[in-house]
Write a protein that binds this ligand. Sequence first.
Ligand code: ACO
Length: 453
Amino acid sequence: MSTTLPAPPVSPTGELRATGTLDIKDSRTSKAYSIQILEGGVEGDTASRAMDLRQIKTAPEEFGLMTYDPAFMNTASCKSAITFIDGDKGILRYRGYPIEQLAEKSTFLEVAWLLRNGELPAQSEYDSWVHDITYHTYVHENIKTFLQGFRYDAHPMSMLCSTVAALSSFYPEAKNIHDPVERNISIIRLLAKLPTLAAFCYRHIKGLPFIYPDNDLSYVENFLSMVARMSEPKYEANPVFVKALEILFILHADHEQNCSTSAVRSVGSSHVDPYSAVAAGVAALYGPLHGGANEQVLRMLRRIETKDNIPDFIKGVKDGNERLMGFGHRVYKNYDPRAAVMRKSCHEVLDALNKRELPPLQLHGELERIALEDEYFVERKLYPNVDFYSGLILEAIGFPTTMFTVLFAVARTVGWVAQWIEMIEDPSQRIGRPRQLYMGPAQRAFVPIDQRK
Ligand code: ACO
């Protein structure tokens, strides 16, 4: 095992600078307040500290003003130097590098280093990073027993979530999150073992024997080997699949403060070990409005069944009875830049496999055409997102739909650990604890059961 550990990660860039003031007059008291406008980062994001509003009150004993922001539509919960998104312009960059360039020129593990450390690796750094991740792919034998306890029809995301959480019991020293050496080894273990756990989940639902990692293979090839190898002594992956998965993993590696990343940061803010925090990310990703959407796209296509049923389905969407899965995004109100790359990759895979003419793929193309032209979708800026295409690629490769989100989780683990360590090293972070607006009854006296109506 190599003893070379990656360089310590970069901390979030710079401090927020005061660049102006926001003058507020409280109509209840006629008092005026001056709240600083802060600017940070190279993209000129501006914000004010929510805590500054607390001074605005009508009486000294009052709690003070809060902001009300369900679903965090306009609240920054951290400073981050990892991923930049401009949803209106359709821009996504990892550490400043455009996603399109990384998808074309980089490998997944190179991107993993970049996200975690802030810079592209030098050759020697990359070699030892790949070596370390390759040599931590094996899991404790008891994990197999643990997985065998699941029913044959268990959803692989439930299995993955529980197994990632269980890793914390195999590495109890991971709870020393203030020790940089422990943090590093936990990160390497998570990146190394996620493909093994994902492949084991697949083999379990298929009733196939578990295949151990092959350390001669690349990250993606080894994953495919653990998924698909049967009696052959050496697995040779289809290069078209390897390239498509490499791109899919890069595109899914991070997406700043999305639902699952916020879950990892929130759970991690309690200073629990990173395995438990990442398990929270897996749970959040499972939801159909997040990572579960690629699975839902395929289910939707199967449900629509034929082209003739599309108008009825679209009517159902417009009437609010259906959602067009794989369309729309909280931050992209323009084309999702990952979807453009994924669309190209999707067509390459389908061409290589001669699968362009299959019925679900024709439905897919027709829905894409309608949604891009129809006023309902155009007006609401509902463009295809990354999940609209990723499901098709995975279906063409031969993964069952229940595995789609599992592959997303393997890739997103990179972003989760990069965001987790950035949070742990940021002195301004404390345990996450949102406020609420209490809407329940005021104080009232307890009523004994025999006197209740
Ligand atoms: N199909 C039909 N209508 C939609 C869709 C959709 N997929 N998405 C949004 N809308 C409509 C809403 O009904 C709403 O219409 P209204 O103004 O008439 O009420 C309007 O567009 C705005 O939608 P919101 O729900 O406010 O958008 P929000 O930002 O909250 O939701 C989300 C984003 C959850 C991604 C949503 O677009 C959706 O459910 N999409 C389908 C699921 C999906 O593909 N998720 C994957 C996201 S990418 C990822 O996680 C990797």
